[in-house]
Write a protein that binds this ligand. Structure first.
Ligand code: ASP
Length: 229
């Protein structure tokens, strides 16, 4: 695909873009990248615990532990392949076999989710935009921060479920608030590490949505052993 061709040439371009940045600001500019990794991982974990646990619990009465255990295999495939589309067959199998989502709902919600529902990607783009603003000493106003939220949400919807696609769409988010798009080169070196977690979060979000849809349609099969009361 076009994305994989771009990603193959990316290291050369990234090197060329990073040299002037590091030459001007010194190697200390690289240290905050660690903060980006920690912020994205922490954000993804908090998001999944808060949003997905609550939605499966409230709308489907499913214990979050059962949900995360059921979708774990697909999350690992997403983590290692960094592709929602690549993980889709496993996400579909996990949702049907472990979470009790009927085939008719899984076959509609999950492929749609794999292309448009990307919470992890939106979160990552937001963190990266703030990071780049900080590095460049730009003070984002509240209005600009809201623009980041809106454009990251839209960009994540437009992101394809393949490795590195969210990084390419990040330029759109940067542009929306007037940050230099070549600054995304700073992120490029660590993008794969961030891609792994955001893709996992993306597909776990799709699965939680399929559970909620199945439950609200009254079609969720019981897969959880409930303690006898
Ligand atoms: N790799 C992500 C996915 O497939 C998309 C992205 O790059 O953010 O879900």
């Amino acid at each position: 695909s076009i994305t994989s061709i771009i990603m193959q040439y990316a290291p050369i371009g990234v090197f060329a873009l990073m040299v002037p940045v590091v030459a001007e600001n010194g190697p200390k500019v690289l240290l905050p990248l660690l903060k980006v990794v920690i912020a994205v991982y922490l954000g993804c974990i908090i998001h999944s615990i808060a949003v997905y646990s609550l939605s499966v619990k409230i709308f489907a009465g499913m214990s979050p532990k059962h949900f995360f255990k059921g979708i774990f295999e697909a999350a690992m495939v997403a983590f290692t392949t960094s592709s929602s589309s690549g993980a889709l067959p496993v996400t579909m199998r996990n949702a049907q076999e472990n979470l009790g989502v009927p085939q008719s709902i899984a076959a509609f919600v999950l492929p749609l989710g794999a292309t448009i529902n990307m919470d992890g990607t939106a979160l990552y783009q937001g963190v990266c935009a703030l990071f780049i603003a900080q590095i460049y000493g730009v003070n984002l106003t509240i209005g600009q921060q809201l623009t980041v939220i809106l454009s990251a949400t839209l960009a994540s919807i437009g992101t394809a479920g393949v490795p590195g696609a969210g990084f390419i769409m990040l330029t759109m988010v940067l542009q929306s608030v007037g940050l230099p798009i070549e600054a995304s080169a700073l992120i490029a070196g660590i993008d794969r590490i961030l891609d792994m977690i955001r893709t996992s979060i993306n597909i776990v979000g799709d699965a939680s949505c399929s559970v909620v849809v199945a439950a609200t349609e009254g079609e969720l099969r019981e897969t959880e052993k409930k303690p006898a009361s």
